[in-house]
Ligand binder design. Structure first.
Ligand code: CIR
Length: 253
């Protein structure tokens, strides 16, 4: 069960962050703040204590806090973000997490974004992507292996991060895009496959006994409604324009 979430308020120039989704139009800061507030309220409504960090103007993607750390009950692993423009975001997050957990770090030449890291029970899946390399995974496996976790590295051929395409929605069930549905490493799980055009909603967030899913994806909503969990929908339009999703906006622990 999670008791805490760490978030960061999006800065005024968040629209100058990295994105490949310019076809969706330019994001609006006021609307982004309102959607971010709704996200924080949803987490509070689920009983979490939310730690809110101030905006960081030098790093327009810094509200995607998930990428700078992987937090387990035993240790918080501070990543070495793979995009040069984002490397440095971890500096202000590490001391905050250090109040709650012992810290470990991924160091160059290892790179890793938390968006590539999915934990299911005691098993980590880590995407090998444009942001996360084999050395990053090796260092991560050494750190979490000492606490009894296993690690499977999985190539990410399409999309930004592993969790852009695969997320845990409780029990042995994963919500996946068609691109990931055939992976051998996911055999043994029940896969819910996102319908055509609803791939974005694969980034659905499991928080204790609830699922937070983006508004506007009825096919995914129908799939997850069958799981017996409470489902909360949030409008994620402005986050999506910057290639982010529900998991990216917080660290849960
Ligand atoms: C980036 O490209 O790094 C940001 N604009 C989006 C990061 C989204 N993070 C995530 O999926 N964990």
């Amino acid at each position: 069960m999670f008791s805490h979430a760490l978030v960061r308020v999006p800065c005024e120039n968040f629209a100058s962050g990295l994105t490949t989704s310019s076809r969706l139009g330019a994001p609006d800061h006021g609307l982004m703040l309102r959607q971010h507030d709704a996200y924080v309220e949803a987490l509070r409504g689920l009983g979490l204590t939310v730690i809110t960090l101030p905006p960081e103007d030098a790093f327009p993607d810094a509200h995607f806090v998930e990428d700078v750390a992987v937090v387990t009950p035993e240790v918080a692993v501070i990543t070495n973000p793979g995009a040069p423009a984002r490397n440095g975001e971890q500096t202000s997050v590490a001391p905050v997490l250090g109040r709650y957990k012992p810290l470990a770090r991924i160091e160059s030449p290892g790179f890793m974004d938390g968006g590539d890291v999915l934990l299911v029970d005691r098993r980590f899946f880590v995407g090998l992507s444009e942001r996360t390399n084999a050395e990053g995974v090796r260092q991560f496996a050494e750190i979490v292996g000492a606490h009894g976790y296993t690690v499977d590295a999985v190539p990410v051929e399409k999309g930004l991060h592993f969790k852009s395409g695969v997320n845990h929605v409780g029990g042995k069930t994963l919500l996946v895009t068609p691109d990931f549905a055939g992976l051998d490493v996911l055999a043994g799980y029940d896969l819910l496959v996102t319908p055509q055009g609803e791939e974005y909603a694969a980034n659905t967030l499991l928080v204790n006994d609830a699922l937070i899913t983006p508004t506007g994806f009825p096919g995914v909503r129908a799939l997850i409604d069958g799981l017996g969990l409470r489902v909360i929908e949030l409008d994620m339009s402005e986050t999506q324009k910057m290639d982010g999703g529900l998991t990216c906006l917080s660290l849960r622990f």
